[in-house]
Design a binder for this molecule. Structure first.
Ligand SMILES: [Zn+2]
Ligand SMILES: [Zn+2]
Length: 405
């Protein structure tokens, strides 16, 4: 397709701008639900391109619309823009200027990718058959996230398909990872307080030792994944904190356990919540202690739609810079892109962003996290190619694809 060649060339010509935008955002990170200047910057950029722009969508989101010269379908592309409460430990010229806040997940890169892509698609709008909606989402890092509110505020109105990517620093640059169905997990949190009865370390018979009960509970909970969950339906249960601090000769009155549960299926998720409470109840009953149990639901699993996922994988194979398009295993991390996929067909994929020169690869959310900026160009080309290819397909063909979901 002639337009794809043009898209790739124009993106390459604007690579430096992409880097500049990413570094500007990296220097000025803002926390989830506290984004002020980032959405302003994004809205301004789209306004300068002449796009229809809505701000404060669902709170702090920005939605911009590029209407093509010819009628057609509507494609949505989503990028998140929040940062994390982490002190950056890398020494780079564009290091975060804000103490204790850092873009440690690559959302600065997502935003730069989408903005420059918007500019290039805008330059091709005469021949564009349809509409492209740019969804700039706030607060991805913190549940309940920005997606639900943005959807309620209409960001998906009229949208036929949605595509999104995450720059993934642990995968080599040049790789695109896709998967139909479960792609990322539901991420939930639990908090359990055991109320025993404290006392003197020398008189255990007069107490209900919260540490002993809590220790049993940690062990009993581990049997849920091995003995309650269908082995073909994955689940993870991790106790992240066990708090019961006392002097060496004091028996603990209370113990607090907090942790996370990851699942891919809603029925497994329900089962984990139900059985965890049952095990907590049983363990405490046996020791004559009481408890409180809270299961706080985070994002649901990201469930990619098959037709759109296979479409994306096909498109990615012909993107310059992409050397390997791989079907991947599901990832246990969470993402609120899940909500968009509950409303419209689409797919979420990983764009490898590991720099071949790195000796150590720091994972996402690490104080030394970084991305290979070249990966932004690959992400922009892939998202842009998916959009143009989707819009240029014959209407009947597109309809069939969507209906198949
Ligand atoms: Zn993150
Ligand atoms: Zn992220």
């Amino acid at each position: 397709m002639k337009s794809l060649k043009q898209l790739f060339e124009r993106l390459e010509n604007l690579y430096d701008e992409m880097v500049d935008i990413r570094r500007h955002l990296h220097e000025n990170p803002e926390l989830s639900f506290h984004e002020v200047n980032t959405p302003k910057y994004i809205a301004e950029y789209h306004r300068n391109l002449g796009h229809e722009v809505r701000t404060e969508v669902g709170g702090r989101g920005v939605v911009a619309k590029l209407i093509g010269g010819k009628p057609g379908k509507t494609v949505a592309l989503r990028a998140d823009f929040d940062a994390l409460p982490i002190q950056e430990e890398r020494d780079v010229p564009y290091k975060s200027k804000v103490d204790g806040i850092m873009h440690a997940c690559g959302h600065d890169g997502h935003t730069a990718t989408l903005l420059v892509l918007a500019k290039v698609l805008n330059s091709m709008k005469e021949d564009l058959e349809g509409t492209i909606v740019f969804i700039h989402q706030f607060a991805e890092e913190q549940s309940p996230g920005g997606a639900i509110e943005m959807i309620e505020d209409g960001c998906l109105d009229g949208v036929d398909v949605i595509f999104g990517t995450h720059l993934w620093a642990t995968l080599p640059t040049g790789e695109v990872h896709y998967r139909s169905g479960a792609f990322m997990a539901a991420a939930d949190e639990f908090r359990i307080t055991i109320q025993g009865q404290g006392g003197h370390g020398a008189q255990p018979h007069l107490t209900k030792d919260a540490i002993v009960i809590g220790s049993q509970l940690v062990t009993n909970l581990q049997q849920l994944v091995s003995r309650r969950v269908n082995p073909l339906h994955s689940a993870v249960l991790s106790v992240g904190a066990f708090e019961a601090k006392n002097a060496f000769n004091v028996i603990a009155d209370t113990a607090k356990l907090t942790g996370t549960v990851r699942t891919f299926r809603e029925d497994t998720r329900d089962l984990m919540e139900r059985e965890m409470e049952r095990v907590t109840q049983g363990t405490c009953l046996g020791a004559d202690a009481s408890y409180t149990f809270d299961f706080i639901r985070g994002y649901p699993a990201v469930m990619n739609h098959e037709q759109e996922t296979m479409f994306l994988a096909e498109v990615a194979k012909d993107v310059p810079g992409v050397e390997n398009v791989k079907e991947t295993e599901p990832e246990m991390g969470g993402e609120d892109f899940a909500y968009y996929l509950q409303h419209v067909p689409g797919t979420f994929f990983f764009t490898g962003a590991k720099d071949p020169e790195w000796e150590i690869v720091y994972p996402h959310h690490h104080p030394k996290f970084s991305i290979n900026e070249k990966a932004m160009l690959i992400a922009a080309k892939t998202l842009g190619a998916a959009s143009l290819t989707y819009l240029n397909r014959k209407t009947t063909e597109t309809k069939a694809a969507v209906n198949a979901n």
